[in-house]
Design a protein around this ligand. Structure first.
Ligand SMILES: Cc1ncc(COP(=O)(O)O)c(C=O)c1O
Length: 380
Protein backbone atom coordinates (compact mmCIF):
# COMPACT_ATOMS: atom_id res chain seq x y z
CA UNK A 1 0.00 0.00 0.00
CA UNK A 2 1.37 3.48 -0.88
CA UNK A 3 1.21 6.27 1.70
CA UNK A 4 1.83 10.00 1.41
CA UNK A 5 3.87 12.17 3.83
CA UNK A 6 1.01 12.29 6.34
CA UNK A 7 0.78 8.46 6.33
CA UNK A 8 -2.52 8.48 4.44
CA UNK A 9 -3.23 5.88 1.79
CA UNK A 10 -2.75 7.52 -1.60
CA UNK A 11 -5.66 7.67 -3.96
CA UNK A 12 -5.78 9.62 -7.21
CA UNK A 13 -9.11 10.75 -8.63
CA UNK A 14 -9.33 11.67 -12.30
CA UNK A 15 -10.04 15.26 -11.31
CA UNK A 16 -10.27 17.03 -7.93
CA UNK A 17 -12.46 20.07 -8.40
CA UNK A 18 -12.97 20.38 -4.65
CA UNK A 19 -9.25 21.06 -4.18
CA UNK A 20 -9.41 23.76 -6.86
CA UNK A 21 -12.52 25.28 -5.29
CA UNK A 22 -10.86 25.53 -1.86
CA UNK A 23 -8.08 27.62 -3.40
CA UNK A 24 -10.47 30.26 -4.83
CA UNK A 25 -13.49 29.85 -2.53
CA UNK A 26 -13.53 33.36 -1.03
CA UNK A 27 -13.03 35.11 -4.36
CA UNK A 28 -15.81 33.07 -5.98
CA UNK A 29 -18.28 33.53 -3.14
CA UNK A 30 -17.81 37.31 -3.20
CA UNK A 31 -18.48 37.42 -6.96
CA UNK A 32 -21.50 35.14 -6.72
CA UNK A 33 -22.90 37.26 -3.91
CA UNK A 34 -22.50 40.31 -6.18
CA UNK A 35 -24.54 38.70 -8.93
CA UNK A 36 -27.19 37.65 -6.43
CA UNK A 37 -27.45 41.24 -5.20
CA UNK A 38 -28.00 42.53 -8.74
CA UNK A 39 -30.45 39.70 -9.63
CA UNK A 40 -29.19 40.05 -13.21
CA UNK A 41 -28.99 36.40 -14.23
CA UNK A 42 -28.83 36.09 -18.02
CA UNK A 43 -26.24 37.84 -20.23
CA UNK A 44 -25.65 41.40 -18.87
CA UNK A 45 -22.50 43.02 -17.47
CA UNK A 46 -20.77 39.89 -16.10
CA UNK A 47 -21.17 38.04 -19.40
CA UNK A 48 -19.97 41.08 -21.36
CA UNK A 49 -16.93 41.43 -19.11
CA UNK A 50 -16.10 37.73 -19.55
CA UNK A 51 -16.52 38.08 -23.31
CA UNK A 52 -13.97 40.92 -23.41
CA UNK A 53 -11.55 39.00 -21.21
CA UNK A 54 -11.78 35.80 -23.28
CA UNK A 55 -11.39 37.78 -26.53
CA UNK A 56 -8.27 39.35 -25.09
CA UNK A 57 -7.00 35.98 -23.86
CA UNK A 58 -7.46 34.39 -27.29
CA UNK A 59 -6.31 37.43 -29.25
CA UNK A 60 -9.60 37.93 -31.08
CA UNK A 61 -11.71 41.04 -31.59
CA UNK A 62 -14.94 39.43 -30.41
CA UNK A 63 -16.19 36.70 -28.10
CA UNK A 64 -19.80 35.66 -27.61
CA UNK A 65 -20.84 33.81 -24.46
CA UNK A 66 -23.13 30.82 -25.08
CA UNK A 67 -24.80 28.08 -23.07
CA UNK A 68 -22.30 25.24 -23.74
CA UNK A 69 -19.53 24.08 -26.03
CA UNK A 70 -22.09 22.05 -27.95
CA UNK A 71 -24.20 25.17 -28.50
CA UNK A 72 -21.09 27.09 -29.54
CA UNK A 73 -20.64 24.56 -32.36
CA UNK A 74 -24.33 24.50 -33.22
CA UNK A 75 -24.67 28.30 -33.30
CA UNK A 76 -21.52 28.56 -35.44
CA UNK A 77 -22.81 26.02 -37.95
CA UNK A 78 -26.12 27.89 -38.02
CA UNK A 79 -24.23 31.14 -38.67
CA UNK A 80 -22.73 29.49 -41.77
CA UNK A 81 -26.19 28.35 -42.77
CA UNK A 82 -25.33 24.65 -42.63
CA UNK A 83 -28.43 22.58 -43.33
CA UNK A 84 -29.82 19.33 -44.73
CA UNK A 85 -27.85 18.02 -47.70
CA UNK A 86 -24.68 19.86 -46.69
CA UNK A 87 -21.43 18.19 -45.67
CA UNK A 88 -19.11 19.15 -42.84
CA UNK A 89 -15.59 17.71 -42.66
CA UNK A 90 -14.32 16.62 -39.26
CA UNK A 91 -12.50 13.93 -37.28
CA UNK A 92 -14.00 10.62 -36.14
CA UNK A 93 -11.90 10.75 -32.95
CA UNK A 94 -13.60 13.40 -30.82
CA UNK A 95 -16.33 13.92 -28.24
CA UNK A 96 -19.76 13.31 -29.72
CA UNK A 97 -20.80 16.99 -29.58
CA UNK A 98 -18.62 17.82 -32.60
CA UNK A 99 -20.56 15.39 -34.74
CA UNK A 100 -23.90 15.72 -32.96
CA UNK A 101 -24.12 19.41 -33.80
CA UNK A 102 -23.61 18.63 -37.51
CA UNK A 103 -26.27 15.91 -37.42
CA UNK A 104 -28.73 18.13 -35.52
CA UNK A 105 -28.86 20.44 -38.53
CA UNK A 106 -29.53 17.55 -40.88
CA UNK A 107 -26.06 17.82 -42.40
CA UNK A 108 -23.65 14.92 -42.96
CA UNK A 109 -20.29 14.59 -41.23
CA UNK A 110 -17.50 13.62 -43.62
CA UNK A 111 -14.69 12.04 -41.64
CA UNK A 112 -10.95 12.22 -42.18
CA UNK A 113 -8.81 9.88 -40.08
CA UNK A 114 -6.35 11.14 -37.46
CA UNK A 115 -2.58 11.32 -37.08
CA UNK A 116 -1.26 8.50 -34.95
CA UNK A 117 0.89 10.73 -32.72
CA UNK A 118 -1.41 13.64 -31.90
CA UNK A 119 -4.87 12.06 -32.42
CA UNK A 120 -5.76 15.17 -34.43
CA UNK A 121 -7.21 15.24 -37.94
CA UNK A 122 -4.61 14.20 -40.52
CA UNK A 123 -4.38 17.27 -42.70
CA UNK A 124 -2.50 15.40 -45.45
CA UNK A 125 -5.64 13.35 -46.07
CA UNK A 126 -8.03 16.28 -46.17
CA UNK A 127 -8.09 16.98 -49.89
CA UNK A 128 -10.27 13.99 -50.80
CA UNK A 129 -12.95 14.97 -48.29
CA UNK A 130 -13.97 18.20 -50.04
CA UNK A 131 -16.94 18.08 -52.38
CA UNK A 132 -19.39 20.52 -53.91
CA UNK A 133 -21.55 19.97 -50.80
CA UNK A 134 -18.86 20.92 -48.26
CA UNK A 135 -20.08 23.85 -46.15
CA UNK A 136 -17.64 23.86 -43.22
CA UNK A 137 -14.71 22.07 -41.64
CA UNK A 138 -14.37 21.45 -37.90
CA UNK A 139 -10.83 20.70 -36.74
CA UNK A 140 -10.77 19.56 -33.08
CA UNK A 141 -7.76 20.50 -30.94
CA UNK A 142 -7.96 17.23 -29.04
CA UNK A 143 -6.70 16.83 -25.47
CA UNK A 144 -5.29 20.39 -25.51
CA UNK A 145 -2.95 20.30 -28.51
CA UNK A 146 -3.54 22.30 -31.68
CA UNK A 147 -4.30 20.71 -35.00
CA UNK A 148 -1.67 21.38 -37.68
CA UNK A 149 -3.68 24.39 -38.82
CA UNK A 150 -1.65 25.86 -41.71
CA UNK A 151 -2.25 23.04 -44.22
CA UNK A 152 -5.88 22.87 -43.11
CA UNK A 153 -6.41 26.61 -43.49
CA UNK A 154 -4.79 26.59 -46.92
CA UNK A 155 -7.10 23.86 -48.19
CA UNK A 156 -10.15 25.49 -46.60
CA UNK A 157 -9.26 28.78 -48.28
CA UNK A 158 -8.74 27.12 -51.65
CA UNK A 159 -12.18 25.53 -51.38
CA UNK A 160 -13.87 28.60 -49.88
CA UNK A 161 -14.84 26.59 -46.78
CA UNK A 162 -15.36 28.24 -43.38
CA UNK A 163 -13.27 26.82 -40.52
CA UNK A 164 -14.92 26.26 -37.13
CA UNK A 165 -12.27 25.38 -34.54
CA UNK A 166 -13.54 22.99 -31.88
CA UNK A 167 -11.38 24.36 -29.10
CA UNK A 168 -13.48 22.87 -26.29
CA UNK A 169 -10.49 21.08 -24.78
CA UNK A 170 -7.82 23.58 -25.62
CA UNK A 171 -8.24 27.06 -24.17
CA UNK A 172 -4.84 28.78 -24.10
CA UNK A 173 -3.29 26.28 -26.51
CA UNK A 174 -1.05 27.73 -29.20
CA UNK A 175 -0.05 26.93 -32.76
CA UNK A 176 3.22 28.40 -34.03
CA UNK A 177 2.96 31.27 -31.55
CA UNK A 178 -0.72 32.00 -32.13
CA UNK A 179 -3.53 31.25 -29.67
CA UNK A 180 -6.09 28.78 -30.94
CA UNK A 181 -9.60 30.19 -31.41
CA UNK A 182 -8.26 32.95 -33.67
CA UNK A 183 -6.95 30.75 -36.47
CA UNK A 184 -10.21 29.73 -38.11
CA UNK A 185 -13.30 31.83 -38.82
CA UNK A 186 -14.64 31.02 -35.34
CA UNK A 187 -13.38 29.21 -32.25
CA UNK A 188 -15.72 27.22 -30.02
CA UNK A 189 -14.93 26.79 -26.33
CA UNK A 190 -16.55 24.75 -23.56
CA UNK A 191 -16.68 25.65 -19.88
CA UNK A 192 -17.87 22.20 -18.83
CA UNK A 193 -16.54 21.73 -15.27
CA UNK A 194 -13.77 19.29 -16.27
CA UNK A 195 -12.29 21.64 -18.86
CA UNK A 196 -9.15 23.65 -18.06
CA UNK A 197 -11.44 26.64 -17.53
CA UNK A 198 -14.59 25.08 -16.09
CA UNK A 199 -17.69 26.76 -14.69
CA UNK A 200 -20.14 25.60 -12.05
CA UNK A 201 -22.34 24.09 -14.74
CA UNK A 202 -22.58 24.36 -18.50
CA UNK A 203 -21.21 27.26 -20.51
CA UNK A 204 -19.36 28.06 -23.70
CA UNK A 205 -17.86 30.82 -25.85
CA UNK A 206 -17.39 31.61 -29.53
CA UNK A 207 -14.42 33.72 -30.60
CA UNK A 208 -14.05 35.49 -33.93
CA UNK A 209 -12.35 38.42 -35.63
CA UNK A 210 -15.26 38.99 -37.98
CA UNK A 211 -17.66 41.77 -36.92
CA UNK A 212 -20.53 40.51 -39.10
CA UNK A 213 -20.22 36.97 -37.82
CA UNK A 214 -20.11 38.21 -34.22
CA UNK A 215 -23.32 40.18 -34.79
CA UNK A 216 -25.02 37.22 -36.46
CA UNK A 217 -24.00 34.77 -33.74
CA UNK A 218 -25.29 37.16 -31.04
CA UNK A 219 -28.61 37.21 -32.84
CA UNK A 220 -28.70 33.43 -33.22
CA UNK A 221 -27.90 33.09 -29.48
CA UNK A 222 -30.97 35.12 -28.62
CA UNK A 223 -33.80 33.43 -30.55
CA UNK A 224 -32.68 35.01 -33.82
CA UNK A 225 -33.69 38.40 -32.53
CA UNK A 226 -31.72 41.64 -32.80
CA UNK A 227 -34.70 43.75 -31.77
CA UNK A 228 -36.92 42.34 -29.03
CA UNK A 229 -39.87 40.28 -30.38
CA UNK A 230 -38.71 40.65 -33.98
CA UNK A 231 -37.16 37.44 -35.36
CA UNK A 232 -35.61 37.91 -38.79
CA UNK A 233 -33.72 34.63 -38.62
CA UNK A 234 -34.07 31.34 -36.78
CA UNK A 235 -32.05 31.13 -33.60
CA UNK A 236 -32.47 29.49 -30.20
CA UNK A 237 -31.78 30.09 -26.54
CA UNK A 238 -27.99 29.77 -26.45
CA UNK A 239 -27.45 32.43 -23.76
CA UNK A 240 -24.81 32.29 -21.03
CA UNK A 241 -25.76 32.82 -17.37
CA UNK A 242 -24.29 35.70 -15.38
CA UNK A 243 -23.48 33.37 -12.45
CA UNK A 244 -21.34 31.19 -14.71
CA UNK A 245 -19.62 34.24 -16.16
CA UNK A 246 -18.85 35.56 -12.67
CA UNK A 247 -17.27 32.24 -11.62
CA UNK A 248 -15.36 31.94 -14.89
CA UNK A 249 -13.94 35.44 -14.55
CA UNK A 250 -12.42 34.48 -11.20
CA UNK A 251 -11.04 31.25 -12.62
CA UNK A 252 -9.65 32.89 -15.78
CA UNK A 253 -7.18 34.80 -13.61
CA UNK A 254 -5.74 31.47 -12.45
CA UNK A 255 -5.87 29.68 -15.79
CA UNK A 256 -2.27 30.21 -16.83
CA UNK A 257 -0.87 29.05 -13.50
CA UNK A 258 -3.12 25.96 -13.64
CA UNK A 259 -1.99 25.31 -17.22
CA UNK A 260 1.66 25.55 -16.14
CA UNK A 261 0.96 22.90 -13.48
CA UNK A 262 -0.80 20.61 -15.95
CA UNK A 263 2.18 20.91 -18.29
CA UNK A 264 4.67 20.19 -15.54
CA UNK A 265 2.61 17.17 -14.39
CA UNK A 266 2.72 15.92 -17.98
CA UNK A 267 6.47 16.44 -18.13
CA UNK A 268 6.85 14.52 -14.87
CA UNK A 269 4.81 11.53 -16.06
CA UNK A 270 6.68 11.35 -19.36
CA UNK A 271 10.08 11.58 -17.68
CA UNK A 272 9.27 8.98 -15.03
CA UNK A 273 7.57 6.55 -17.41
CA UNK A 274 10.72 6.59 -19.53
CA UNK A 275 13.05 6.36 -16.51
CA UNK A 276 11.20 3.35 -15.15
CA UNK A 277 11.47 1.58 -18.51
CA UNK A 278 7.68 1.50 -18.94
CA UNK A 279 7.85 3.81 -21.98
CA UNK A 280 8.22 3.17 -24.82
CA UNK A 281 8.21 -0.60 -24.21
CA UNK A 282 4.68 -0.93 -22.82
CA UNK A 283 3.29 2.57 -23.01
CA UNK A 284 3.57 5.40 -25.56
CA UNK A 285 3.59 8.82 -23.90
CA UNK A 286 1.89 11.83 -25.54
CA UNK A 287 3.76 13.56 -28.32
CA UNK A 288 4.08 17.34 -28.08
CA UNK A 289 4.21 18.58 -31.66
CA UNK A 290 2.83 22.09 -31.25
CA UNK A 291 3.58 24.21 -28.22
CA UNK A 292 1.81 25.03 -26.29
CA UNK A 293 -0.06 21.89 -25.40
CA UNK A 294 -2.38 22.66 -22.45
CA UNK A 295 -2.98 19.04 -21.41
CA UNK A 296 -6.69 18.97 -20.77
CA UNK A 297 -5.90 15.26 -20.91
CA UNK A 298 -2.66 13.30 -20.64
CA UNK A 299 -3.35 10.33 -22.86
CA UNK A 300 -1.06 7.32 -23.15
CA UNK A 301 -1.33 4.34 -25.47
CA UNK A 302 -1.03 1.21 -23.38
CA UNK A 303 -0.48 -2.48 -24.03
CA UNK A 304 -3.32 -4.47 -22.40
CA UNK A 305 -5.09 -1.17 -21.83
CA UNK A 306 -8.22 -2.55 -20.19
CA UNK A 307 -6.31 -4.71 -17.69
CA UNK A 308 -4.05 -1.76 -16.87
CA UNK A 309 -7.12 0.41 -16.26
CA UNK A 310 -8.56 -2.19 -13.87
CA UNK A 311 -5.22 -2.59 -12.08
CA UNK A 312 -4.97 1.17 -11.61
CA UNK A 313 -8.55 1.25 -10.34
CA UNK A 314 -7.74 -1.54 -7.83
CA UNK A 315 -4.88 0.66 -6.66
CA UNK A 316 -7.12 3.72 -6.26
CA UNK A 317 -6.07 5.51 -9.47
CA UNK A 318 -8.99 6.63 -11.59
CA UNK A 319 -8.41 6.81 -15.35
CA UNK A 320 -10.70 7.29 -18.35
CA UNK A 321 -10.90 6.22 -21.96
CA UNK A 322 -11.31 9.14 -24.37
CA UNK A 323 -12.81 7.73 -26.57
CA UNK A 324 -13.77 4.05 -26.63
CA UNK A 325 -15.79 4.28 -29.85
CA UNK A 326 -14.98 6.56 -32.79
CA UNK A 327 -17.78 8.65 -34.21
CA UNK A 328 -18.18 6.77 -37.50
CA UNK A 329 -19.14 3.67 -35.50
CA UNK A 330 -21.78 5.30 -33.28
CA UNK A 331 -25.17 3.67 -33.60
CA UNK A 332 -27.04 6.93 -34.11
CA UNK A 333 -25.26 7.38 -37.44
CA UNK A 334 -26.93 4.23 -38.72
CA UNK A 335 -23.70 2.25 -39.13
CA UNK A 336 -23.15 -0.68 -41.43
CA UNK A 337 -20.64 -3.56 -41.42
CA UNK A 338 -18.58 -1.81 -44.09
CA UNK A 339 -17.95 1.10 -41.72
CA UNK A 340 -15.70 -1.03 -39.54
CA UNK A 341 -12.10 -0.53 -40.60
CA UNK A 342 -12.84 2.62 -42.58
CA UNK A 343 -10.83 4.87 -40.21
CA UNK A 344 -8.24 2.43 -38.88
CA UNK A 345 -6.04 4.86 -36.96
CA UNK A 346 -9.01 6.13 -34.95
CA UNK A 347 -10.26 2.59 -34.38
CA UNK A 348 -6.86 1.46 -33.14
CA UNK A 349 -6.57 4.49 -30.85
CA UNK A 350 -9.98 3.71 -29.34
CA UNK A 351 -8.62 0.33 -28.23
CA UNK A 352 -5.36 1.63 -26.76
CA UNK A 353 -5.77 5.10 -25.25
CA UNK A 354 -5.93 5.81 -21.53
CA UNK A 355 -6.10 9.23 -19.84
CA UNK A 356 -4.19 9.54 -16.56
CA UNK A 357 -5.11 12.09 -13.88
CA UNK A 358 -3.41 15.36 -14.88
CA UNK A 359 -5.27 18.06 -12.91
CA UNK A 360 -3.15 20.94 -11.52
CA UNK A 361 -3.55 20.11 -7.82
CA UNK A 362 -1.94 16.62 -8.10
CA UNK A 363 0.75 16.10 -5.46
CA UNK A 364 4.15 14.57 -6.10
CA UNK A 365 3.12 11.53 -4.04
CA UNK A 366 0.04 11.07 -6.20
CA UNK A 367 1.97 11.33 -9.48
CA UNK A 368 4.61 8.93 -8.23
CA UNK A 369 1.89 6.51 -7.13
CA UNK A 370 0.44 6.57 -10.65
CA UNK A 371 3.85 5.88 -12.22
CA UNK A 372 4.77 3.14 -9.72
CA UNK A 373 1.42 1.41 -10.17
CA UNK A 374 1.84 1.36 -13.96
CA UNK A 375 5.38 0.03 -13.49
CA UNK A 376 4.13 -2.68 -11.14
CA UNK A 377 1.48 -3.74 -13.66
CA UNK A 378 4.01 -4.30 -16.45
CA UNK A 379 7.13 -5.29 -14.57
CA UNK A 380 5.66 -6.98 -11.48
C1 LIG B 1 -14.05 18.17 -28.31
C2 LIG B 1 -15.32 18.65 -27.65
N1 LIG B 1 -16.23 19.30 -28.38
C3 LIG B 1 -17.36 19.77 -27.84
C4 LIG B 1 -17.65 19.59 -26.50
C5 LIG B 1 -18.97 20.03 -25.97
O1 LIG B 1 -18.88 20.91 -24.91
P1 LIG B 1 -20.05 21.00 -23.82
O2 LIG B 1 -19.96 19.79 -22.96
O3 LIG B 1 -19.73 22.27 -23.07
O4 LIG B 1 -21.34 21.08 -24.53
C6 LIG B 1 -16.73 18.93 -25.69
C7 LIG B 1 -17.02 18.71 -24.28
O5 LIG B 1 -16.78 17.72 -23.67
C8 LIG B 1 -15.53 18.43 -26.27
O6 LIG B 1 -14.64 17.76 -25.55
Amino acid sequence: MAYDNSEQVISVPLLDLRAQYQSIRNEVLAKVENVLETQYFILGPEVEALESEIAEYCGTKYAIGVSSGTDALLASLMAFNVREGDEVITTPFTFFATVGSILRLGATPVFVDIERDTYNIYTKKLAKAFSSKTRAIIPVHLFGQSVDMNPLLEQAKRNGTPVIEDAAQAIGSEYLGSRIGRLGDVGCFSFFPSKNLGGFGDGGMITTNDANLARLIKQIRNQGSATKYFHDILGANFRLDALQAAVLRVKLKHLDSWTTKRRSNAEYYTKRLVETGVAPKYVITPEIVFERHVFNQYVIRAKNRDSLKNFLQDNRVVTEIYYPKPMHLQDCLGIHKKDFGSFPISEQAAGEVLALPIYPELTLDQKEHVVKTIQEFYQG
